[in-house]
Design a protein around this ligand. Structure first.
Ligand code: TEU
Length: 550
């Protein structure tokens, strides 16, 4: 495998609304990020992906862009952005922008023109279609509830929106649209940004016969079988690479809902010259029930482990993986894959160990480095997220049991990951001097950066240490991977090795103490562990993590 900086680095993901408010309006902003760059740097991070900061009516918190060249004034505008980039580069931190090109905001000039009439030069920037006898053109569902088609009574046509109706899908079939997007990329690249995370890039090539899904098809199935991996996707990505990306030394990661073990490689195969990495969701949709995200099932641990093994094998020697356990769209990793009560400390450290010892570039989502947890707001009124609110409305219309649904919201809502970062135990968790846009998690008195900063046993300092170990051992970056006990129902035991070194990683993903014979490892040294105890004990404590090497 070719060795490069973005394979060797570690990404920190910022959700800017919730990171740090410097202006005192309750909304995180760019000067807030600048204030905390040294903190991020202290983790050993070298790339920062920041979720969209462009002008936006914020129907979907920035994932609905109304001007691709303007940074939202709320966040500090373009001037603040230029300072941020300079301050980051001063510290050797690379900036990854979020490019949302599958759709724009309906308040973008392109859409406002597009809906004026069929003769308008922007009309074909979006997908307009006649319905079928007063019904939408097909049965496609919006990812955020309801039909994916919105009626426009002026044009007497529907337009396509795979997300909210304020996020009309851009028509990549139109070469002018693609050139607009490439211009946007060039605009930011010429400022010196170091890469892009590309929002739902797997959806940009549409199936132009707009086939209805078979009756009973669930949303995740529709996403995978109909929206994703359309007929021209690879042609488009190759064009984007050739015309723009190949001219810069930048990193790209495509968000790939619906990308799987059959379709993923082509996006990242180094011979194909498309993207550097994708985010697939095989492990994050693992608990989706028949009705999707808000119908959660218990996590099948054997399956969970298999996702990592399968993807490692699938991409091995051909393309590069991205390693992440959560982001701004999913609940907190310690609440979802760990134990956020009795074993929060140990399990958060165990998850950090997993992130930093797999092959692929690791992504740390803000707040996970201190073990922030899910939030349980008492009612739907406290929630902001459009996905959650729309799903709630739909559940009410379907007469679902709303007590059960609230429990599902507690478990799965995207707002779990969007509560303000907990900096200290002052008012509003030190995030803002006024009421935050989304309520802080009540546990900020016990879970915050300040408390962990100088505590050698903290989750935060464990992250610093495990990141240091990762960066100093190219075996952990490029070395081979093998799951040694794929059928073990509680332990994840795997090997990473190359010609120089071998690592064995043992992770107890359970609340139980497990007797196990690790005597074979007695010739190895314990590089790091999340319990203070002897290296070769015959049992693994709850959520214990150990990394051995020789
Ligand atoms: O997410 C795309 C996506 O598929 C998600 O909608 C995902 O299925 C869902 O959030 C899981 O609950 C991206 C962004 O990451 C997300 O924040 C945006 O809302 C979405 O695109 C639309 O731009």
């Amino acid at each position: 495998m070719k060795k490069t900086w973005w394979k060797e680095g570690i990404v920190y993901q910022i959700y800017p609304r919730s990171f740090k408010d410097s202006s005192g309006n309750g909304i995180g902003d760019i000067y807030g990020i600048i204030e905390k760059l040294d903190y991020i740097k202290s983790l050993g991070i070298n790339m920062i992906w920041i979720c969209p900061m462009y002008s936006s009516p914020n129907e979907d918190n920035g994932y609905d862009i109304s001007d691709y060249r303007k940074i939202s004034e709320e966040f500090g505008g373009n001037k603040a952005f230029d300072i941020l980039l300079k301050e980051m580069h001063k510290r050797d931190l690379k900036l990854i922008m979020d490019l949302v090109s599958n759709h724009s905001s309906d308040e973008h000039k392109w859409f406002e023109e597009s809906k004026k009439g069929e003769d308008n030069p922007y009309h074909d920037y979006y997908f307009w279609k006649k319905g079928k006898s007063n019904k939408p053109p097909n049965n496609w569902l919006s990812v955020f509830s309801g039909s994916a088609w919105q009626w426009d009574s002026n044009l007497n046509k529907y337009y396509l929106h795979l997300f909210t109706k304020k996020q009309p899908d851009l028509n990549w079939e139109n070469p002018r649209v693609r050139d607009e997007i490439y211009d946007v990329l060039n605009f930011w690249l010429s400022k010196g940004v170091d890469g892009f995370r590309m929002d739902v890039i797997s959806f940009v090539s549409k199936r132009l016969d707009f086939p209805s899904a078979k009756k009973g098809t669930s949303l995740p199935q529709m996403m995978g079988n109909i929206y994703a991996n359309g007929p021209r996707i690879h042609e488009f990505l190759k064009e984007m690479n050739k015309k723009v990306l190949s001219k810069y030394d930048v990193v790209t990661v495509g968000e790939g809902p619906g990308v799987n073990l059959k379709t993923g490689l082509k996006y990242v195969d180094e011979n194909e010259q498309e993207l550097n990495m994708v985010f697939h969701f095989d492990h994050l949709q693992i608990d989706y029930g028949p009705e999707g995200k808000f119908d959660p099932l218990p996590i099948d641990f054997i399956k969970f482990k298999k996702v990592f093994s399968d993807w490692d094998l699938y991409l091995k020697n051909k393309g590069w993986n991205s390693i992440f356990l959560g982001n701004h769209d999913f609940s907190r990793i310690v609440s979802r894959f760990g134990n956020d009560q009795k074993h929060r400390n140990e399990s958060a450290k165990l998850l950090a160990t997993l992130l930093m010892t797999l092959r692929g570039t690791p992504y740390v989502y803000q707040g996970d480095e201190i073990g922030m947890t899910n939030v349980k707001y008492p009612s739907i009124d406290y929630y902001d997220d459009v996905e959650t609110r729309n799903a709630w409305k739909e559940a009410e219309e379907q007469n679902k049991d709303m007590d059960i649904f609230l429990k599902a919201v507690h478990k799965q809502s995207r707002d779990n990951a969007r509560t303000p970062l907990q900096w200290d135990n002052s008012r509003n968790a030190g995030f803002s001097s006024s009421k935050p846009w989304l309520d802080v998690n009540k546990n900020y008195n016990t879970i915050n950066v300040e408390l962990q900063q100088d505590n050698p046993d903290s989750i935060l300092n464990y992250y610093r240490e495990i990141i240091r170990i990762r960066k100093n051992n190219s075996t952990l970056i490029y070395g081979d991977f093998l799951d040694l006990e794929p059928n073990n129902e509680k332990l994840f035991i795997y090997k990473r090795w190359d010609k120089q070194k071998t690592f064995i990683i043992v992770l107890n993903f359970s609340d139980d103490k497990i007797l196990c014979d690790l005597n074979d490892l007695s010739s190895m040294i314990l590089v790091i562990g999340n319990y203070k105890k002897s290296a070769y004990g015959e049992s693994m404590d709850p959520w214990e993590a150990r990394v051995y090497s020789h």
